[in-house]
Design a protein around this ligand. Structure first.
Ligand code: MF3
Ligand code: CO
Ligand code: CO
Length: 272
């Protein structure tokens, strides 16, 4: 199987699904306050996606391989030392926590996928710095997206920037082709690598860039719930995610919403 190139029709539908996913993050932002449980955030997002957006939360009952139990919730909430796929629970978010909320929405037969970091109350400067460096690293990856560049160019840009700032890149998870299928096996976007290696980007490819960055070492430990990944050394981890279309001239960020955080100053446009 080879990498899927989307048609103009696919792209139109992807713009819709991706916008819906980003709008869920806008919707949930005011509720992400000390005292809320991750289950409450899950329920609010679920109801918004189903009742308001008339869509389906892609994670719910998702089972990518026989090793995974079906995912039991509608969103992922990864707190502090959790790297990704944190499962909502009765855990109460408290002042000083950082949390990644990852939303995937299925509408008209297409998935849109995006995540952001949120600060709970007063967050330490070192936690903020981790979140900011991770955010910038995603955008350095996005800047590499143009026809004739390679997947390795994206991974390398992210890894160079992250490591020069003293952090490490998680290697167990990657960005992915996305469309009618949540995770397209044929297209894996590593967040590390060497320039001019890997598949060459072509107009019509759609994939996520979603670096997971650890404050300490890159190594991962898996919790017995079959989903949650945490840092082995218990240091903090951060992640941001956008879904990106390769255009004839560069990139188009698909997961846009009115209240999305501003891109860093080195990003001049959301489409190039
Ligand atoms: N949204 C995640 C990603 O970015 C995948 C979540 S799968 C789940 O690829 F089952 F854990 F929800
Ligand atoms: Co995601
Ligand atoms: Co993703």
């Amino acid at each position: 199987m080879s990498i899927i190139i989307k048609t103009q029709q696919d792209v139109e539908y992807m713009r819709i699904s991706c916008k819906l996913a980003a709008e869920v993050l806008d919707y949930i932002a005011p509720y992400v306050k000390p005292g809320v449980t991750t289950n409450e955030l899950d329920k609010l997002c679920h109801e918004y996606i189903v009742d308001v957006q008339k869509a389906y939360p892609s994670p719910l009952q998702y089972k990518p391989s026989p090793k995974n139990p079906p995912y039991p919730k509608s969103i992922c909430t990864s707190v502090n030392n959790e790297i990704c796929h944190g499962v909502p629970s009765d855990r109460v978010l408290k002042d000083g926590d950082i949390v990644n909320i990852d939303i995937t929405v299925y509408k008209n037969g297409y998935h849109g996928d995006t995540s952001r970091m949120f600060y709970l109350g007063q967050v330490s400067p070192h936690a903020k710095r981790l979140c900011e460096i991770t955010y910038n690293s995603m955008w350095y990856g996005i800047l590499q997206v143009k026809p004739s560049n390679t997947l390795g160019d994206i991974g390398n840009a992210i890894q160079k920037y992250v490591e020069s700032n003293g952090y490490s890149v998680v290697q167990e998870y990657c960005g992915h082709g996305i469309g009618k299928v949540f995770h397209e096996d044929e297209l894996q976007v590593l967040h590390y690598g060497k320039p001019k290696t890997g598949a060459t980007l072509l107009p019509g490819m759609i994939f996520t860039i979603e670096p997971m960055i650890n404050q300490g070492k890159r190594h991962v430990r898996f919790l017995s719930d079959g989903w949650t990944a945490v840092t082995k050394d218990r240091t903090l981890s951060a992640q941001w995610e956008h879904t990106i279309l390769v255009t004839n001239t560069g990139y188009e960020v698909l997961t846009l919403s009115p209240n999305m955080p501003n891109p860093p100053a080195f990003i001049k446009s959301l489409t190039t």
